[in-house]
Design a protein around this ligand. Structure first.
Ligand code: CP
Length: 303
């Protein structure tokens, strides 16, 4: 497959998504293989990251590949005024694939239009985070045994949370019932509600979290995205909107799992961490296997 990019989760069909999940399961059984020997992958992070960058780099290393890149735009020639276009066209000369995180929405799509090697979007502003979505799907399937007909509760910053936006689009392929819990200021953008309306899928919106989670198969907690607020007072007003505590899980379904793309600030109390329903650190581990699957699939090394 030549120059298949992953910019939005909708770049993959349902069949492709399910194939990626099968491949991820194979990599979970055998994460160290030499499939990327001789390949150089660029990781260009214009925004901070722990999990996405390091799980990609771990995935590349375990597959025998090499990576180059930067973790901070200030150490690249972007700080001298070089454009994204020139940066991408240059780095494409040095690598077989570019993984890029950037604060501007649409930047990954734009990069894909000028790059001669595949672009993988590792998060573009508040827009999309498709590789997180694939690892979220892998984790949901791993814990629930299926992706079909689930009750998925999103809690927190649904306006700026890019992982939420991508996951809604992906889970809409599996007859999900969506539950959106957020402060009014951070409610799910209208475009995603229209998207679900068009597909005839059910969704519910709430402000209060404490009463409603008992039907949940998955509670997907999110951080209030401080870096996206133009007004710091708005952040202060909403930052402590929801804090999940251990006691609140008492009457939830036995197989319910709490996910979070991480990093967390204070929206999940640390007393939840030892509850068997807390699954966010295993979710982060799944990032390695899923990203191995994504890279080898896009490079045509796995079909
Ligand atoms: N989930 C996620 O994108 O985490 P990082 O910001 O640490 O990469």
């Amino acid at each position: 497959m030549k120059n298949k990019h992953l910019v939005s989760i909708t770049d993959f069909t349902k069949e492709e998504i399910l194939r990626i999940l099968e491949l991820a399961a194979e990599f979970e059984k055998k994460p160290s293989q030499n499939l990327l020997e001789g390949k150089v992958i660029a990781t260009l992070f214009f925004e901070p990251s722990t999990r996405t960058r390091l799980s990609f780099e771990s995935a590349i290393s375990r597959l025998g590949g090499k990576y180059i890149g930067f973790t901070d735009a200030s150490s690249s020639s972007v700080s001298k005024g070089e454009s994204i276009k020139d940066t991408i066209m240059t780095v494409a000369n040095y690598s077989d694939m570019i993984i890029m995180r950037h604060p501007v929405e649409g930047s990954a799509r734009w990069a894909s239009e000028v790059s001669r090697v595949p672009i993988i979007n590792a998060g573009d502003g508040a827009n999309q985070h498709p590789t997180q979505t694939l690892l979220d799907l892998y984790t949901i399937k791993q814990t629930q045994g299926t992706l079909d007909n689930l009750n998925l509760f999103f809690v927190g910053d649904l306006k700026y949370g890019r992982t939420v936006h991508s996951l809604i689009q992906a889970m809409s392929m599996f007859n999900t019932t969506f539950h959106f819990i957020s402060p009014l200021e951070l409610q799910i953008p209208k475009e995603y509600k229209l998207y679900l309306d068009k597909l005839g899928l059910k969704y519910h919106e709430y402000r209060d979290f404490s009463e409603v989670a008992n039907e949940a198969d998955i509670i997907y907690m999110t951080r209030i995205q401080r870096e996206r607020f133009s007004d710091p007072m708005e952040y202060e007003k909403t930052k402590n909107s929801y804090v999940l505590k251990n006691k609140m899980l008492d009457n939830t379904k036995p197989n319910m799992k709490v996910l979070h793309p991480l990093p967390r600030v204070n929206e999940i109390h640390t007393d939840v961490d030892t509850n068997e329903k807390a699954y966010y650190f295993t979710q982060a581990l799944n990032g390695v296997f899923t990203r191995q699957a994504i890279m080898t699939y896009i490079l045509g090394l796995k079909k």
